[in-house]
Design a protein around this ligand. Structure first.
Ligand SMILES: C[S@@+](CC[C@H](N)C(=O)[O-])C[C@H]1O[C@@H](n2cnc3c(N)ncnc32)[C@H](O)[C@@H]1O
Length: 318
């Protein structure tokens, strides 16, 4: 994750935010990368963490790093709730800071947890809250809010937000305020956090805070989190990956999927637009023998199988 940042070669001062820092493993990975950059002199690292059980380890890890580093590192550990403590700033409300601190780099592995619509974190960010909210997307949206213009955010999060109605507002926020530059996919769904019970399919995203739409997105994939040396990489036009009013994100992994997507994007109408309605899964032929006909009859409707769709057209009957 720390490798994904584009850090200018002449940068001397760097500010980093890691919200939900846990033991500080991600911060340390980024500090290690900065340690090797001669131009970097001062680093300001802010970590949010509100679990007392891990705070001692976080402090110890970061201060050990600081004591052994050749850089001038300033560490701020904030023990407040990352979301609710910034409620006034995020919503530009009276009493909030009109010029809240912004960071060059945001890194994160947020908590993944469904929360009720009336949970304090959900009501703190109405702009992105919709349907069944999950803490991870409030963290990602707040991360982008905390980022400076042209700053970069690298997050590891479930992939569920890339499609689905519940995430529409979040997608809208993320992809208007920022733009996706890189997506990393794991082919094996349970080998990312190998010591934990995380079965959610996770992806790593790099988002730049900018209005400018990049031409391309890089999509890499690895089997798991232990074979990053063996990456498959694909460069895809941005407009193919992020598409439509719903800001769906299409996670393509090879040239064949790219060509399917190109063909799909050429359609400018949906089925309801042309007066059709489609449902899948409701009709099972062998359970409906008594209503099946061999020949067309007045009032009967066709039952299509995949065999009836050939070269992009319906051929019926066959
Ligand atoms: C998935 S863990 C990630 C820890 C670490 N970043 C890592 O990658 O190992 C998420 C962390 O966020 C913390 N957390 C959860 N809700 C929080 C909140 N509202 N404010 C600050 N930290 C929170 C948890 O205590 C936990 O340590």
């Amino acid at each position: 994750m720390s490798k994904l940042y584009s850090i200018p070669k002449n940068k001397s001062e760097v500010s980093i935010l890691d919200a939900g820092a846990g033991s500080g493993i991600l911060s340390c990975a980024l500090l290690e990368r900065l340690e090797r950059m001669a131009s970097v002199q001062t680093i300001e690292l802010t970590c949010y963490e509100n679990d007392d059980n891990i705070l001692g380890l976080l402090r110890e890890n970061l201060h050990t790093y600081q004591a052994n580093s050749k850089k001038d590192i300033q560490i701020n550990i904030i023990t407040d709730n990352y979301i609710t403590s910034q409620y006034l700033d995020f919503n530009h409300m009276l009493g909030g800071n009109p010029e809240p601190k912004k960071y060059d780099f945001v890194i994160g592995n947020p908590p993944y947890m469904k929360i009720p619509k009336d949970a304090p974190e959900a009501t703190a960010m109405p702009e992105v809250c919709y349907g069944a909210p999950n803490l991870y997307f409030f963290f990602a949206a707040m991360g982008l809010f905390n980022l400076d213009t042209d700053g970069e955010m690298v997050y590891i999060i479930p992939r569920s937000w890339t499609s689905g109605a519940y995430f529409k507002r979040f997608r809208q926020y993320l992809l208007t305020e920022g733009k996706l530059e890189h997506i990393h996919l794991f082919v094996s769904r349970n080998k990312v956090f190998d010591k934990e019970d995380v079965l959610q399919e996770t992806i790593i995203i790099k988002v730049k805070k900018t209005n400018q739409i990049p031409e391309k997105v890089i999509i890499t994939s690895s089997q798991s989190s232990s074979d990053f040396d063996n990456l498959t990489s694909l460069t895809v036009p941005y407009s193919l990956v992020v598409s439509g009013d719903d800001y769906y994100v299409y996670l393509v992994t090879d040239e064949e999927e790219v060509s399917v997507l190109e063909r799909l994007h050429r359609f400018d109408k949906t089925l309801p637009d042309i007066g059709l309605k489609m449902k899948t899964g409701l009709t099972v032929d062998f359970r409906n023998r008594e209503i099946l006909r061999d020949d067309a009859e007045e009032g009967a409707i066709p039952l299509f199988y995949s065999q009836h769709i050939k070269q992009g057209e319906v051929q019926f009957p066959i």
